[in-house]
Design a protein around this ligand. Structure first.
Ligand SMILES: Nc1nc2c(c(=O)[nH]1)N[C@H]1C(S)=C(S)[C@@H](COP(=O)(O)OP(=O)(O)OC[C@H]3O[C@@H](n4cnc5c(=O)[nH]c(N)nc54)[C@H](O)[C@@H]3O)O[C@H]1N2
Ligand SMILES: Nc1nc2c(c(=O)[nH]1)N[C@H]1C(S)=C(S)[C@@H](COP(=O)(O)OP(=O)(O)OC[C@H]3O[C@@H](n4cnc5c(=O)[nH]c(N)nc54)[C@H](O)[C@@H]3O)O[C@H]1N2
Ligand code: SF4
Ligand SMILES: [Mo]
Length: 734
């Protein structure tokens, strides 16, 4: 017997006319999904699909990856180099040679007049690793400014700093496969289903096959919290207090792993002494989690044969960001949960190649996790690049967040922005705007000319993006994966690697330093430099990487020769006893006294402002704002607001409110939801001139990362007419 749709029209999927599929790695988040993009007979990208035999995503893609081929031909792309004498004048089209000559002359003019460091360069986590490495060589070896940093200061700096303090080096020690072995998972300040959907799917799949408890620490009831066994709605900015209280219980009940601590760590006595101050009864009053729950979670974590922690921006973006990461590492170390299957502390990275920039960009150091402060490292690089060792500074320069203060004070006069949009992403943008107006010379290199920051440029260099280029990226689990160029940059736009190489020619008059033209050769140079380092990639090349659908480092020449490593690389770090990166091989247990130094709600500004992300959008929406299937989910700025608070304010769903902080104000639509408590609103930061008008962004003392997630606001009801007038002024035209 036949049931169902027999007489109805069958569902038809439009035939896109794909004649060839080409390999790439997704250019949005750091999950690192392998994608194939379908080209039609005209060679146009018309479709995207997940790669079935790639270990990371196993055929899946999220809402952003599935429409990624649409960004190539989207509105606002930069098609021609442009110039103008002053930022407030109209643009003039120019040609590449003139634009590059003018950029070179502008940089040298500032440096000759005010000193080498008066010109700053700010890069990103969204280029390819070969591009980072080349920019680093150009900046460190030829331009010679020490004020060179990345937008990763807004993102991963606390994780980097915390890993360095605990383990003696950056480098996430775990992998996604750890979900398949763990017996307990704590997720700190991470909304995995929306921000790393395919890592979430890996986690969920593992949990369905082999159940383990999931504990989520987040002041919001995020999608991840909805799926948790235990949700800890923490008071914003107090994670360190909770971590100390968990350790207090572990020591009080003798649940720590004494053998692991003795063989692998230093500092246990000082840590015990500090956490003795944080009994759950007192800690509960600060962090808002009741004492019994603290005890339950401590026992669950410490008694699990293998226990894992992940975290993202809820930890990193705080005045205690670096301490929060050290606290996570402390918890892992005292319970022996590093370097074993299912036992790890895995920072979930943000941008697609934030890892690549940490490893190879020379932003805060030198390539391959080398340090400017270490003479041998400086000598190695000076010899390898054939540069004078004296051009290399002996300590790192300013962090990105400090560069803008130095522009305010006049210490920095010129700026080259590459693939980052500070006018949308830095806290308190009103202040950043004023700083940008003071620059004597500014270059913006972006794939979109409608990026807000381009308003302040003298020279605009139009770049290719994602799979218009060739090179590798490293994902959250240290997996290096390949992007093959499947279409050319539009108009006269050029790959970033080409732009750096052309710029290098102008600074490299004596031709002392070599700059390979093609990404595969740049990769081989990096592979040679990585030999014997923590992030050893000497066994890899582009062809092998594509064949394995990504390879995790370490992956050494020697291991490959001796058949000691699978073709997909090394899964974990610190698997051997006392193999941490401090001289004696031991990790540091570091006591973390808590000082409450945030902006907190008060009578005048009674509501917490929490900012973050949505699944459908990417940062300032230069990309997703133009992909209809993404933008239609949330085309206008809105807040999540608790229904009780909305009722008190007399605000209905869909009505507009004005948020006012001590910095400025913003108009947003109210969306009542129980996801947020009554004393908090959540504002996605994707919308133009909105969230970061309000944020304060106090800096973490170690990482200089801004506390984007903790500001105070008041809420005023406004009429639709007022809102319409304001929003039409502020909204982008797309
Ligand atoms: N769709 C999409 N995906 C993305 C991005 C994107 O723009 N769009 N960006 C990528 C990048 S660069 C990054 S860095 C990641 C960010 O990924 P996530 O960090 O997962 O995302 P966020 O929304 O910034 O913040 C996560 C959570 O931190 C919580 N939080 C706020 N304050 C606190 C606190 O004091 N303690 C704790 N424990 N939690 C707190 C917030 O409520 C929020 O739910 O996402 C990456 N993936
Ligand atoms: N309030 C608040 N603010 C935040 C955060 C938050 O949670 N709350 N999160 C912070 C975090 S974690 C991050 S990572 C930052 C991100 O902040 P930004 O670095 O400003 O992020 P994007 O908007 O992605 O900017 C990247 C720019 O590079 C361009 N681009 C993309 N690909 C390429 C390429 O291949 N070549 C070139 N040359 N250009 C390219 C894009 O068009 C875009 O203009 O925002 C931070 N700001
Ligand atoms: S999860 Fe991240 S890497 Fe994977 S398709 Fe989505 S945006 Fe791309
Ligand atoms: Mo980020």
């Amino acid at each position: 017997m036949l049931f169902g749709r027999k007489k109805k029209n069958p569902i038809k999927i439009a035939d896109k006319g794909v004649v060839e599929w080409k390999y790439a790695t997704c250019g949005y988040c750091s999950t690192g999904c392998s994608i194939e993009v379908g080209l039609n007979a005209e060679g146009e990208p018309v479709s995207s699909r997940g790669v079935a035999d790639a270990d990371v995503n196993r055929g899946k893609l999220c809402l952003k990856g599935i429409f990624e081929h649409e960004i190539f031909a989207s509105a606002g792309r930069g098609l021609k180099p442009k110039r103008r004498d002053h930022w407030y004048e109209a643009w003039q089209d120019t040609d590449w040679d003139s634009a590059l000559d003018e950029s070179y002359a502008g940089i040298r003019r500032i440096q000759e007049k005010y000193g080498l460091d008066a010109f700053a360069i700010i890069s990103t986590g969204q280029m390819l690793t070969e591009e980072f490495y080349t920019l680093g060589k150009l900046t460190r070896g030829l331009i010679g400014t020490n004020n060179y940093d990345g937008n990763t200061t807004l993102c991963m700096a606390s994780a980097v700093s915390g890993y360095k303090r605990s383990f003696g080096s950056d480098g996430p020690p775990g992998c996604y496969e750890d979900f398949e072995h763990t017996d307990c998972l704590i997720a700190w300040g991470s909304n995995l289903p929306e921000q790393h959907p395919i890592i979430y799917w890996r986690m969920k799949n593992a949990q369905e096959n082999r159940p383990f408890p999931l504990v989520v620490v987040d002041p919001r009831v995020t999608m991840l919290a909805q799926n948790a066994d235990i949700h800890l709605p923490i008071t914003p900015g107090t994670d360190v207090v909770l971590q100390n209280a968990l350790m207090h219980v572990i020591f009080a009940e003798n649940l720590q792993d004494d053998d692991y601590i003795e063989k692998n760590t230093n500092g246990i006595e000082a840590l015990r002494e500090e956490v003795a101050n944080y009994d759950p009864t007192c800690a509960a009053k600060i962090c808002g989690i009741d004492e019994d729950t603290i005890r339950v979670v401590a026992r669950l974590f410490a008694n699990a044969p293998a226990a894992m922690q992940i975290w993202t921006m809820g930890i990193n973006q705080s005045t205690h960001g670096s301490d929060g990461v050290v606290g996570i590492n402390n918890l892992a170390l005292i319970t022996g949960n590093i370097g074993k299957p299912g036992g790890t502390s895995l920072s979930i990275t943000g941008q697609c190649n934030a890892m690549g920039t940490r490893e190879w960009s020379s932003c805060s150091g030198l390539p391959g996790y080398r340090y400017l402060e270490n003479e041998q490292d400086r000598r190695d690089m000076a010899d390898f690049w054939n540069i004078d060792i004296d051009i290399l500074p002996t300590k790192r320069g300013m962090f990105q967040t400090d560069i803008y203060r130095a522009i305010e004070t006049g210490e920095i006069k010129g700026l080259w922005l590459i693939a980052t949009n500070p006018l949308s992403s830095l806290p308190n943008v009103g202040r950043v705007r004023k700083a940008m107006e003071k620059l004597e010379f500014c270059i913006v290199q972006d794939c979109y000319e409608d990026s807000e920051s381009n308003q302040y440029a003298n020279v605009f260099l139009p770049a290719g993006t994602w799979a218009e280029k060739n090179g590798v990226m490293t994902n959250t689990e240290r997996r290096v994966n390949l992007i093959t160029p499947l279409t050319a940059p539009p108009g006269e736009a050029k790959a970033d690697l080409w732009i750096f190489n052309q710029m290098a020619k102008r600074f490299n008059a004596q031709n002392k330093v070599t700059f390979p033209d093609n990404a595969a050769d740049v990769f081989l140079e990096m592979a040679a430099l990585s030999r014997g380092r923590l992030g050893d990639i000497s066994g890899m090349n582009h062809a092998l990487i594509e064949k394995s659908r990504g390879i995790q480092w370490p992956y050494t020449e020697k291991q490959v020769k001796n058949n000691e490593v699978p073709p997909t690389g090394g899964k974990r770090l610190y698997t051997q006893p006392a193999s941490f990166r401090y001289a004696d091989g031991r990790a540091k247990l570091i006591p973390l006294p808590f000082i409450d130094n945030n902006e907190v709600p008060d009578e005048a500004y009674p509501v917490w402002l929490n900012t973050g992300r949505l699944i459908e959008h990417w940062h300032g929406r230069t990309k997703t704002g133009k992909v209809t299937n993404n933008n239609k989910f949330s085309p206008i700025p809105f807040i999540e607001i608790n229904p009780d608070l909305a009722q008190e304010l007399g605000v209905q769903r869909g009505e507009y409110v004005r948020l006012v902080s001590r910095r400025s104000d913003a108009v947003v639509m109210a969306t009542p939801t129980q996801r947020v408590p009554k004393n908090m609103v959540f504002l996605p930061f994707h919308f133009h001139d909105c969230a970061n008008r309000l944020t304060l962004g106090l800096l973490d003392p170690h990482s200089r990362q801004p506390a984007y997630k903790q500001s105070a606001v008041r809420i005023e009801k406004i009429s639709d007419q007022q809102a319409a007038a304001r929003l039409s002024m502020e909204m982008r035209t797309f």
